[in-house]
Design a protein around this ligand. Structure first.
Ligand code: FES
Length: 233
């Protein structure tokens, strides 16, 4: 297979045709912050945390194919500040009470906030009125925490391939719709996988929230992105 030579912040990297910038960077041990991306799922390009610059133009690393000679700018102060602003926006748009969240320590949004040393967001809190909805089955949907990354929409399906979640509405009325009847049919394993794929604490499997104590969870020990280049992406 032919190889593609490119650089990320000056580091020489090798990619293969068909890879996105994100996939090729990860394969070369380079971390690009991301939130809606999930290994194995078709990229949605919805959060824009992975924005990089190529030739001065901003683009989503998770959707943009890598090409020969690309010089990707990733960790400039400007890009990192923009990512921090996006994280802050996500915090003020929802109701994120980290100290009481079942996903604390396993939450990618929280981990990014730690990465960017977010203290007080630069935007005003919106405190939207949102609900918590049980499925009748093994899952709960905690809409206060949903960041509309579409991971659940892209991945949670019944055995016969029916999508359990889908986007509903527009602009500030936009939300993730849930087919409660289909959701109630999900197996234990499917419900657990749905919870694990959700980057925040929006999709929760009942009765497992605190099985691993806070303080002993993934990002309690390892900052987000620090495993890139050490383990397979
Ligand atoms: Fe690329 Fe969300 S990770 S847009």
């Amino acid at each position: 297979m032919s190889k593609i030579k490119f650089t990320v912040d000056g580091k020489a990297c090798i990619g293969t045709p068909g890879q996105t910038i994100m996939e090729a960077a990860l394969a070369n041990g380079v971390y690009i912050p991301a939130l809606c991306r999930y290994e194995g799922l078709k990229p949605a390009g919805s959060c824009r945390i992975c924005t990089v610059r190529v030739g001065g133009r901003p683009m989503a690393a998770c959707t943009q194919p890598v090409s020969e000679g690309m010089a990707v700018e990733n960790m400039s102060q400007e890009l990192e500040d923009m990512r921090k602003a996006l994280v802050e926006m996500l915090f003020v748009e929802g109701n994120h009470m980290c100290p009481t969240c079942e996903k604390s320590g396993n939450c990618e949004l929280q981990a990014l906030a730690y990465r960017y040393q977010m203290l007080v967001p630069r935007f005003p809190y919106q405190f939207p009125a949102r609900s918590v909805e049980p499925t009748g089955g093994r899952l709960l949907f905690e809409y206060n925490r949903c960041i509309q990354c579409l991971r659940c929409v892209r991945s949670v399906k019944t055995k016969d391939g029916k999508a359990v979640f889908g986007p509903l509405g527009r602009s500030e009325k936009k939300k993730i719709g849930m087919d409660k009847e289909l959701a109630s049919k999900l197996s234990d394993k499917d419900a657990r996988e749905a919870m694990d794929r959700c980057p925040v604490g929006a999709l929760l499997k009942k009765e497992v929230g605190f099985v691993i104590p806070i303080g002993k969870r993934k990002f309690d020990k390892t900052p987000i992105g620090s495993d890139v280049g050490k383990t397979a992406s």
